[in-house]
Design a protein around this ligand. Sequence first.
Ligand SMILES: Cc1cc2nc3c(=O)[nH]c(=O)nc-3n(C[C@H](O)[C@H](O)[C@H](O)COP(=O)(O)OP(=O)(O)OC[C@H]3O[C@@H](n4cnc5c(N)ncnc54)[C@H](O)[C@@H]3O)c2cc1C
Length: 222
Amino acid sequence: MYQTTKRTRLGRLPERGVYDRETVHAILDEGFVCHVGFVVDGQPYVIPTGYVRAGETLYLHGSTGSRLGLRPGDQVCVTVTLIDGIVLARAAFHHSFQYRSAVVLGRTRLVADPEEKDAALHALVEHIVPGRSAEIRPGDGSELAATAVLAVPLEEVSAKVRTGPPKDDEEDYALPIWAGVLPLTLTPGEPEPDPRLDLAIPVPSYVAAWERRSPALRQTAG
Ligand SMILES: Cc1cc2nc3c(=O)[nH]c(=O)nc-3n(C[C@H](O)[C@H](O)[C@H](O)COP(=O)(O)OP(=O)(O)OC[C@H]3O[C@@H](n4cnc5c(N)ncnc54)[C@H](O)[C@@H]3O)c2cc1C
């Protein structure tokens, strides 16, 4: 379990709060895009980017010239959101989403150790497209120098999960309005070869068979 803190204890609908590591890890491992919030000169920014979890660390990467890369040690709020459906209630007020989300609060650390940096970048590629790193050209010295890898410890963490049918007001259940859940899933389309690709190169099996990691948690929590 992650210990709840003043900052991570859910105020609204606290019954949807989840703090066990298994649930949080599963959300972080199924997603691969997060939104990183940070404040520069009093102005909040929320920037989408890729990430990977390794143990109890979240790794982000970006250009050394990006604001995040330039500001190691900043306090950040990293959010990952998985949408599992649209909840259509009878009343406008009760419309919602089926979702699983995780919020990580912490301070970034610039990964300076070349081994840790290399492992994090490798894990990032494998997290998004498992099997890819075995055949791509690895980053060279100048590419690695231009890439900042930031680590955020998984210490102050919360998850929130919504499942189940709409929750209308009792008197509205008699209304002749369709209500229910429209499930949504992320599925890949047909791979589109680069126009400059040598067409003798086939689509790799890990691309043809790519799928979002198993949504094992959809049926849990209320
Ligand atoms: C796809 C999606 C759509 C949503 N739509 C709405 C909406 O339309 N209106 C609405 O009011 N709310 C919506 N929510 C819920 C929303 O994320 C917040 O939980 C809610 O607004 C309460 O915010 P708060 O700042 O008052 O949270 P509080 O409960 O005060 O937050 C306290 C702490 O709880 C944790 N926390 C709060 N929300 C989340 C979360 N979603 N995931 C993980 N940890 C969390 C954080 O650590 C936060 O610091 C939606 C959530 C998702 C994922």
